[in-house]
Design a protein around this ligand. Structure first.
Ligand SMILES: [Zn+2]
Length: 370
């Protein structure tokens, strides 16, 4: 047993929260050991820990975190505040109020409220330190995706074939490419670049950006960032055309900008979305496939509106069958629908990419069937 300087606690073994402490001086055994009580108010530790907690809260907008847990507002109030069903108790009328500016929530039903950490504690039913860990992990995943998106966006401008592909698909506006944050994954370079930034191989694998064998998940794909996910459209005809990272594909594309329109155009793919937006239809959104998930379906129904379904008119009829089925389900929820009939063999992307004009599409909207 060695000697220690007076006043320093000596840690014997690792058992228990504080280990077995032998206090050489007169201090309380736990003094100065941040690892015992990470959030206890001990001298300088207090301010450091509180600062870290405050930073975490600032970096995670409550509304973003709620939406990532599949919560969505059903009513928008003044000053950006909104209400929806409470995710913390069985709620039938929206009683959960969120103030995105103050980053706080309060439920008029169960009477609980607080910040994003309090929400994580209640929602995941974990104690404070674990709630912090979950939030840090969530933030870490988001940071990693953001880094990857930044990397892919730079690559787009370095690879002529990627820009040529977008042009060929009718996506020509540099402003739109910026706005949608479209990138390109050449393959084989992302892993090295992210590890150079300090991300571990385990973190890269967990995100799905890198496969178990260490290869880039996206190779020769146009990349579109989504909420908490990425969509990659293959340039090679031999590869599967569509690919997402593991996990939910998120809600409807750009829904916060679209939801205020009384008439909304729903398309299957992001390339459909891009050409329509570019042609002057800002009220377009996309479900990334012709089967909207539960969250997307709820979004379509979150206010009275007319939904124009502009799905593919393909040879096997799958787009139109999905369109008819979705129209029926929406009507059951009191949402009026119109089915846009594109010329045989077309989707909105090919319609515009092959020279269709905005006024022609407008005529199709006007002729759409209830
Ligand atoms: Zn509640």
């Amino acid at each position: 047993m060695g000697t220690t300087a007076a006043g320093q606690p000596l840690l014997l073994g690792e058992g228990g929260c504080c280990g077995r402490l032998l206090s050489v001086g007169t201090h309380h055994p736990c003094l100065g050991l941040g690892r015992c009580r990470p959030y206890a108010a001990i001298r300088g530790k207090k301010s450091v820990n509180r600062q870290a907690v405050d930073t975490l809260k600032q970096q995670i907008p409550l509304l973003d975190y709620l939406q990532a847990q599949d919560w969505q507002p059903t009513r928008h109030l003044c000053r950006g505040r909104c209400m929806g069903l409470c995710p913390l108790h069985r709620d039938h009328r929206p009683s959960f109020l969120v103030d995105p500016h103050k980053n706080l929530f309060y439920c008029y039903g169960c009477g609980r409220g607080g910040d994003v950490i309090r929400f994580a504690e209640l929602y995941h039913q974990v104690p404070f330190p674990q709630a912090l860990a979950l939030l840090r992990q969530w933030r870490g995943g988001n940071c990693l995706l953001e880094e990857a998106v930044g990397f892919y966006r730079v690559q787009l401008h370095r690879h002529g074939e990627a820009v040529a592909y977008l042009h060929h698909r009718g996506v020509r506006s540099p402003e739109l490419i910026e706005q949608m944050r479209i990138g390109y994954a050449p393959g084989g370079r992302l892993r090295g670049w992210l590890m150079q930034l300090g991300y571990s191989f385990a973190a890269l694998r967990q995100s799905g950006l890198i496969t178990g064998t260490g290869y880039d998940a996206f190779v020769r794909r146009i990349i579109f960032p989504l909420e908490g996910n990425l969509y990659g459209r293959s340039l090679s005809p031999s590869a599967p055309p569509h690919r997402f990272l593991p996990g939910a594909k998120g809600g409807l594309y750009a829904w916060e900008q679209v939801r205020r329109y009384p008439q909304v155009i729903l398309v299957e793919g992001l390339l459909d979305y891009a050409v329509l937006y570019q042609a002057g239809f800002p009220n377009v959104t996309c479900s990334l496939g012709n089967h909207p998930n539960t969250r997307q379906f709820r979004q379509l129904c979150d206010a009275p509106r007319t939904v124009y379904l502009a799905f593919d008119v393909d040879a096997n009829d799958s787009g139109q069958r999905a369109s008819r089925r979705l129209a029926g389900r929406l009507q059951e929820q009191g949402i009026s629908t119109r089915r846009v009939l594109l010329p045989e063999g077309h989707d909105p992307n090919s319609f515009f990419a092959q020279g269709g004009e905005a006024r022609q599409f407008q005529s199709l909207l006007e002729a759409a069937q209830p």
